[in-house]
Write a protein that binds this ligand. Structure first.
Ligand code: PHE
Length: 343
């Protein structure tokens, strides 16, 4: 009897030790099975032992074993509860969202300086009643050159060398190809601007092999050179401020006659002469002219009945002047430090 009582006491001590070490459900379950398991559990083995002792000792021993069993059961129940609580707390912590914490900053996108410039120009013309049209960048030789009075052997092709897709298909060298598309699909009178990407075999700090132009075309009855000049004057004053002055110089384009190179008084020095205008006081800003009768004939218009003017300007050039940018390549490097300065 003494032996069994000692054994119970020993199990109890052992159990209390083991109880302290349990920190997860897995070890908890192991402990439960070890003591309360129906087969081979320690309490089961004590009850088996009870059958082997003297009859008179059984009630006392039985009581002792029972007390131990209740103790084990209660201790395990408490432990199970505390483990569940800890687990729930942990999950709650994981779910917890502190609304007072500062959020993650959302990087706001901005507009590219060329987009800003293009829209600025578009808005000025839209306010004057112009439509906006576009045409293909991959273009047939006919639309890009031939229809505009630039046959295969024309020297104007030298200044507009480009990327040839095939003998008769090029990456367009200017937006003037859209003039032809517009005239072939619309009936005069109309006023349109045609923004887009163009391509030339050119690369230095003011030229990029891909750049942007905005073409303008007005066709109707009695459209005159005065209309052209007046339109460009309004445009340049709206773009650069009311002090901007305009200068036309005779020039040549195969698709306009007469043609002019259009200058604006230097927006840096106001015409005094500075580094930007190279001392001349003037900045060359666009090419323009009256639509050549041969172009009208090429699109099936009667040059006796309609007249018109056209102009073409470089978006990069205007953006560089407006924002004071000295290297055209900055537009295409996609350096965020450059881009984020605009909008
Ligand atoms: N297409 C000409 C160029 O790229 C510009 C231009 C357009 C000139 C329209 C006159 C009329 O240089």
């Amino acid at each position: 009897m003494k032996q069994v009582l000692d054994k119970i006491a020993e199990y109890r001590r052992e159990f209390e030790e083991e109880l302290k070490k349990v920190d997860a459900f897995k070890s908890f379950e192991d402990l439960r099975v070890k003591y309360l398991g129906r087969k081979g559990g320690i309490l089961k083995s004590l009850l088996d032992l009870l059958k082997t002792v003297d009859k008179k000792d059984r009630p006392v021993l039985g009581q002792e074993i029972n007390r131990f069993k209740i103790f084990v059961e209660q201790a395990l129940k408490d432990l199970e509860e505390s483990l569940s609580r800890k687990k729930a707390e942990l999950e709650e912590k994981k779910r917890f969202f502190d609304i007072s914490l500062p959020g993650f900053p959302l990087l706001e996108g901005g507009k590219h300086p060329l987009t800003i410039t293009r829209r600025l120009i578009e808005d000025i013309f839209i306010a004057m009643g112009y439509d906006v049209a576009s045409g293909p960048e991959v273009e047939s030789d006919w639309y890009n050159f031939e229809a505009l009075g630039i046959p295969k052997t024309h020297p104007a092709r030298d200044t507009q060398d480009t990327f040839y897709i095939s003998d008769d298909v090029v990456l367009r060298t200017h937006t003037s190809n859209v003039q032809i598309h517009v005239m072939k699909t619309r009936k005069p009178p109309f006023k349109v601007i045609m923004p887009g990407r163009v391509y030339r075999k050119d690369a230095d700090i003011t030229h990029s092999p891909m750049f942007h132009q905005i073409e303008g075309l007005v066709v109707g009855e009695n459209v005159t050179f005065q209309d052209l000049k007046g339109t460009l004057e309004i445009f340049l004053k709206r773009l650069f401020g009311k002090n901007a002055r305009l200068r036309l110089r005779p020039s040549f384009f195969p698709f306009t006659e007469p043609s002019a190179e259009v200058d604006v008084s230097c927006i840096m020095c106001g015409g005094e002469g500075c580094r930007v205008c190279k001392g001349s006081g003037w900045l060359e800003i666009l090419g323009a002219g009256m639509v050549d009768p041969v172009v009208f004939e090429n699109v099936g218009y009667d040059p006796e009945k309609v007249s018109g003017f056209a102009f073409g300007l470089g978006v990069e050039r205007i953006a560089m002047l407006k924002f004071g940018i000295s290297d055209i390549r900055l537009f295409f490097d996609n350096d965020i430090r450059f881009l984020r300065q605009f909008g």
